[in-house]
Design a protein around this ligand. Structure first.
Ligand SMILES: NC(=O)c1ccc[n+]([C@@H]2O[C@H](COP(=O)([O-])OP(=O)(O)OC[C@H]3O[C@@H](n4cnc5c(N)ncnc54)[C@H](O)[C@@H]3O)[C@@H](O)[C@H]2O)c1
Length: 360
């Protein structure tokens, strides 16, 4: 089926996990590929993702080959010693806008900003020269302006969009319409990791309801030690992340909980955890004869291994849509792979719709 020509915005830990995972399987061809839902999706394998362009603001990344930038601090993923691809892809400057949060700003030095229209022209030229088909956005939480900038770039350059972060584009009517009108596919918003806090919480909540138990209150607390969690210490940047995470759970309940009976959020940064993410979830409710029950789940995962396979699938759904000239938000794949899709379904329904999409 050929390669999928991608560009990445935000050469951070998530991207490092994605490409180092692909390299791991390249170096270990005898290993069965796990951590994705389809080894072959409509003819595309993990090795068909070709990152031909990259954009960031960090001076340790901009102007360097992508294969090296992936290892630049504060990135923390080191699963393979080096990458055998992307030596000839130079990281290009992106406008900073609201990308750099208060707590992360002493972790790296952004390159000196240039006027937005100058950068836009350089970016559009790069996308055209490299014949990019899909942009994957790994911008930091709270980068609403930067996300809109990149969404507009996709529309201007006629390029598909995979929005891995929680600034709403696919799930926002005005933007969804723009992608629909230009017949450009978009998968979004905010990755729902493979065995992550969201899918576990959704499934457990549904299980209680489907078995007839009442849910009265629930919380989900997440902690981690990478720049994503450091960035999320800034409450003002968290608004859409909290909506995304809370709605992902509320949408699965047979009766919505009052706002003060549900708490779902990233809650703190613990530096020594690095890319390990811990999730603590509790559901409280009542069953037969009004007798109380409660349930607690503790999940420990490598946050980056947990998201990479989902994004590889999202890119391949986007490519299938491009091949079939389907545009606008991809409803089934977004509901299956993202926390805040244009439309929420149960995960079983979403999976069915996504798999039907593959079959065409
Ligand atoms: N399991 C997961 O890891 C997971 C799940 C859901 C969503 N996400 C989201 O994915 C996104 C990426 O996460 P991460 O861990 O890679 O973050 P990160 O902090 O490691 O990387 C962010 C990168 O973006 C760059 N950047 C900052 N401003 C920019 C701008 N204006 N233009 C271009 N680049 C810019 C930074 O220099 C950095 O390289 C976050 O929004 C995160 O919340 C991650």
């Amino acid at each position: 089926m050929g390669k999928i020509r991608c560009a990445v915005v935000g050469v951070g830990n998530c991207f490092a996990g994605l490409v180092q995972g692909i390299e791991y399987y390249r170096q270990n061809p005898e290993q069965k590929v796990i951590g994705i839902m389809h080894e072959n999706m409509g003819g595309y394998s993990i090795h068909d993702l070709d990152f031909v362009a990259a954009f960031d603001v960090d001076s340790k990344k901009v102007g360097r080959p992508l294969s090296e930038a992936v290892y630049a601090k504060p990135n923390k993923v080191e699963w393979v010693d080096r990458l055998s691809t992307m030596n000839d892809v130079m990281v290009i400057q992106s406008p900073q806008l609201d990308g750099v949060g208060f707590y992360v700003k002493d972790k790296f030095t952004p390159v000196e900003d240039k006027p937005e229209d100058v950068l836009r022209a350089e970016i559009l030229r790069e996308l055209k020269e490299k014949e990019v088909e899909i942009i994957v956005s790994y911008l930091p939480v709270g980068s609403d302006k930067a996300t809109k900038f990149w969404a507009q770039v996709c529309l201007d350059a006629n390029v598909g969009f995979v929005n891995c972060m929680p600034s709403f584009i696919a799930s926002e009517q005005e933007w969804a319409k723009k992608f629909q009108e230009k017949n450009i596919p978009i998968v979004g918003d905010d990755i729902k990791s493979q065995v992550g806090a969201t899918i576990v919480h959704r499934k457990m909540a549904r299980l209680c309801n489907e078995r007839g138990a009442k849910i009265e209150k629930t919380y989900q607390i997440n902690v981690g030690g990478n720049t994503d969690f450091l960035c999320m210490k800034e409450q003002e940047r968290l608004q859409s992340k909290k909506i995304s995470k809370t709605e992902a759970v509320q949408s699965q309940l047979s009766e919505r909980l009052p706002d003060d009976q549900i708490y779902v959020g990233p809650s703190d940064f613990i530096p020594f955890l690095s890319n390990t993410k811990l999730m603590f979830m509790r559901i409280e409710g009542r069953m037969w004869a009004n007798i109380p029950y409660n349930m607690e789940v503790r999940l420990e995962v490598d946050d980056k291994a947990n998201s990479a396979g989902i994004v590889i699938d999202a890119v391949r759904y986007c490519k299938l849509a491009l091949d079939r000239r389907i545009g606008g938000p991809l409803i089934g794949p977004s509901a299956w792979l993202m926390k805040h899709p244009p439309q929420q379904f149960s995960d079983d329904e979403a999976r069915k719709m996504a798999y039907e999409f593959i079959k065409g």
